[in-house]
Ligand binder design. Sequence first.
Ligand code: SF4
Length: 364
Amino acid sequence: MNSGQLTFRHPEPERSRISLYPVFIPFAGCPYRCIYCSQQKQTGKAMAPSKLIAQELHASISAGFAKKGKQVSLGFFGGTFTAMPAEDQRILLDTARHLKEIGAVEHIRCSTRPDCIDEGTVEFLKDYQVDMVELGIQSFDDRVLSLSGRGYTGRQAHMAAANIQKHRLELGIQLMPGLPGSNTSTFIRDIEITASLKPAGVRIYPCLVLRNTPLALLWSRQTYQPWSLDKTLSVVSHAFLRLWRMDIPVIRAGLAPEGALLQQITAGPWHPALGSLCRGRALAYYVLNLLDRMDARIRRIYVPHKYQGDFWGHRKENAPLYLKKGIGIEQVEIWQSHLFRLVWQPVSFPSSQAAGPAPGKQSW
Ligand code: SF4
């Protein structure tokens, strides 16, 4: 019987498996509180003095390194690092650099806002061997930024990103679909701009309404409506695939349920496993896209053992999608390879399909 096969990798790009050691500095340096933000409630922590934070992180990381010899990636999150008083930045970065010099830390990153970074700031961070700056851009859309009171424009955000890359620091981009004024089109545009910047990683935090924030007030007055979970899952999953196709890893999607976050959520697209749901759907979209481009009947699909969760999706939600393409559970075989393989039989045009479809550039 005439048949062919197509072998392919999981579309997610390789990313560092080194453990992240996050240090939260809630609201530190923030020029004001953004309308959706409740950092202290999210992390369950208030900002401690920098010297104390530095002592604690030094003791914890160096003890872990002495015991297990494992390096970590150290990240400062939860505030606007580059707008903290310079002395506080120095105290934290001195410690971080020292830990890097003794080999306990492999990678240093901090997060900040696009309007709190310039050439001098980047040089300063480089002096302390910072590797990556994550920019809380949230959106490149001027109207969304203005309605959300972010205080900068899309152009400024773009320039801040370019500035970081010009100085050969890794760029991270954080986006927030569902802010006031945003819709599917503005988010698709945000993803396209992000993809064009080729950051080292992207975090996607769908906008939630947290208690006692200005956004909660807008929501209670019905002047703001958060995105539904269904819409968020669909749009963010497509964003995953779009970024993966550009070789850009998605580091995280959705807030971690830390501190008292769960009690603070008043409305919005919350799911504890949002990231893995989106990973699973993105993989399904990828496979379905390959199938759509084949005029073939699938005889068997081999799925790597470590990706079977992604393949079937959360609670096997992808199964009906595959079934529509004629792939039932009996066609699926789990194997130990790290590659997927489709074994197919042409229905028509056997010669044009002989080599199988090339994983291509499919727009979303
Ligand atoms: S800049 Fe970030 S941490 Fe600071 S208030 Fe805004 S969202 Fe919160």
